[in-house]
Design a protein around this ligand. Structure first.
Ligand SMILES: [Zn+2]
Length: 333
């Protein structure tokens, strides 16, 4: 994990299609100042004040993750692959502007975003990077045997298992210690997937109108329908990890812990994040600091407990955000 915050060097733009609306959409991503996080706005509605991409703004997790950008009906859907690209490359601060109701689906993976973000590069910023370090296990289980938990771990590691009642997908497991390099190589290119019968159901309900074999892996009873087959033999579980990374980014701070997921999806990921919010005793806010030759973790002077049992970092009062900024001395890095 980086010790300091980063943004992108200059703004970038993408043109693509909304997977559900089928409409063309333009996406721009701009650099942003320290401690501002990832924020979103609808440029077609004239919004100028971006909304933080935080879990309390999530309004739908059924097919993709949707974020409401104001108190009315304005929202942006399918944010998870772009969020994963930013988070996976270690970009803390950025503004995402979309002229429609969806982030373009591109090829169904995070690779097109990652390629362009790597071309423009990152800019290091003069504030330390605060992270959530887990000391106790936090978990979410449902009555269908789906489970996801965060355990103490020195780094961010994700262990994911899927088990589909479909011969072509069935059981897959993947385990990764996340770094930008490994994210780019092993996770970013994994495409979203669905069963042919799900596509037919969604189409009848006016969804997935922009979906095609160019932006999703589609599986029928015979196997993968896409020409060229899969990008990785275990592309399905890798894509679940991509979705998880994009969802965890909505906590507001990177996680230091090991996430173990079995048969999960967006809904379970959000169950876990709500459990994180409900158990502030399980984690503390930390940053890296250099002491001589060594890099050590330093805990935020003000204890997480003192902040109160009800808030996540993104809800910190402005005075504490200022305290965070001031208590960090980048000169020592
Ligand atoms: Zn996805």
């Amino acid at each position: 994990m980086d010790a300091l915050q980063h943004t992108l060097r200059k703004s970038i733009s993408f043109n693509g299609t909304g997977v559900h609306s089928g409409r063309p959409v333009e996406l721009k991503v701009y650099p942003a100042e320290i401690n501002s996080g990832i924020r979103l706005l609808r440029s077609d509605l004239g919004q100028t004040e971006p909304t933080p991409a935080f879990m309390d703004r999530v309004t739908d997790t059924r097919l993709a993750t949707t974020i409401s950008t104001d108190d009315d009906d304005a929202s942006i859907a399918t944010v998870e692959h772009l969020m994963a690209a930013l988070f996976g490359l270690g970009i803390d601060n950025a503004v995402i502007a979309v002229n429609g109701s969806e982030v373009p689906i591109m090829d169904g993976s995070a690779a097109p975003f990652v390629r362009v973000l790597q071309q423009v590069g990152r800019r290091r910023q003069s504030s330390c990077r605060w992270m959530l370090k887990f000391h106790e296990v936090v978990r979410f289980d449902d009555d269908q045997g789906r489970t996801v938990r965060i355990e103490p771990y020195d780094g961010l590691r994700i262990s994911y298992q899927i088990d589909y009642e479909h011969d072509q997908i069935s059981r897959q497991y993947y385990d990764i210690d996340l770094t930008p390099r490994r994210f780019t190589k092993e996770i970013a290119g994994a495409r979203t997937f669905c069963l042919l019968r799900e596509v037919e159901f969604m189409r009848r309900n006016g969804l997935a109108l922009g979906g095609s074999l160019d932006n999703a892996v589609v599986v029928d009873d015979q196997g993968v329908m896409n020409h060229g087959g899969l990008r990785y033999t275990d592309e399905f579980v890798r894509h679940k990890i991509l979705d998880l990374i994009g969802d965890l980014a909505l906590l507001g701070f990177p996680v230091l812990g090991r996430v173990v997921a079995e048969k999960s999806g967006h809904t379970q990921h959000f169950g876990l994040m709500q459990a994180v919010a409900a158990h502030p005793e399980a984690w503390t806010i930390v940053a890296y600091e250099t002491q001589g030759e060594n890099r050590v973790l330093r805990q935020l002077a003000l204890s997480t407990r003192a902040v109160g049992g009800r808030v996540l970092p993104y809800l910190l009062p402005p005075s504490l955000v200022l305290a965070l900024a001031n208590s960090c001395s980048p000169a020592s890095w």
